[in-house]
Ligand binder design. Structure first.
Ligand SMILES: C[S@@+](CC[C@H](N)C(=O)[O-])C[C@H]1O[C@@H](n2cnc3c(N)ncnc32)[C@H](O)[C@@H]1O
Length: 229
């Protein structure tokens, strides 16, 4: 079984997610103590998809969030480069596309909104991913990024980082089909920018009106932005 390094080599990342695909959704729910569903609902609310809108759910994995967004009546497509994750998603009844987030196979302005949940951190070049998302969204279209972030309260931050580095890999050993992938998860969360740092990266990539909201005391943050008209 494989795990990626912090250089996020695309072959290693795709192989790692192929390896966890079978039990990915269950493991997420266990490791997040059931919070993952709440985070998806908050992302859907921030995205606010309208019936008939075209929405791209990028790095969508098995499409669990895509289904959540499609309930609104919007046309939602899941894109990911792990064929293992996509094949788990076949049962979900949403359109699935095998695609690299750094070179999307969609025309300019094809979507009204784009979202990426727990995916941006895994891209070899997050700035390039944000620019590709900007390209495929129409002027005035929306971006919502849901990603692990930095707990806002210092004493809780220490407890959380301890959980990440110690407890999470041990729990993953009991549940996941590739526990090593969860060592990567812990390391990649620690190396990821905080709320303000990510907001700056989004703005530098060409998006405007960047704002964020913390969830679960900042363990997760939902960033919103708009493509300038
Ligand atoms: C942690 S999973 C998140 C899946 C899903 N969005 C969710 O919230 O459950 C990260 C996903 O990003 C995908 N990914 C990473 N780099 C990618 C890239 N360059 N292009 C497309 N997908 C990518 C992986 O294959 C994996 O399915």
């Amino acid at each position: 079984m494989s795990r990626a390094g912090l250089d996020k080599d695309p072959r290693e990342v795709a192989a790692m997610f192929d390896g966890v695909a079978r039990r990915y959704d269950l493991t997420n729910t266990v490791l997040s103590f059931g919070q993952d569903r709440r985070w998806r609902v908050a992302t859907r609310r921030a995205l606010d998809p309208k019936p008939g809108e075209r929405v791209l759910d990028l790095a969508a994995g098995s499409g669990v969030s895509t289904v959540e967004f499609a309930r609104t009546g919007a046309w939602c497509v899941a894109a990911d480069f792990s064929l293992g994750m996509l094949s788990v998603g076949r049962k979900r009844g949403v359109p699935l596309v095998a695609a690299d987030a750094l070179r999307l196979p969609f025309r300019d302005g094809a979507f009204d909104a784009v979202t990426i949940l727990f995916g941006l951190r895994n891209l070899a070049d997050p700035g390039q991913g944000l620019r590709e998302m900007l390209r495929v969204v129409r002027s005035g279209g929306r971006l919502v990024v849901c990603e692990f972030s930095t707990p806002t309260w210092q004493p809780f931050r220490s407890v959380y980082l301890n959980y990440l580095m110690r407890a999470l890999p041990s729990i993953a050993r009991a549940v996941s089909s590739n526990p090593d992938a969860y060592v990567y998860l812990a390391e990649s969360i620690r190396a990821w920018p905080d709320q303000r740092g990510l907001a700056e990266l989004i703005a530098e990539s060409g998006w405007s009106s960047v704002a964020w909201r913390n969830l679960t005391s900042g363990i997760v943050a939902v960033h919103r932005a708009v493509k300038p008209s």
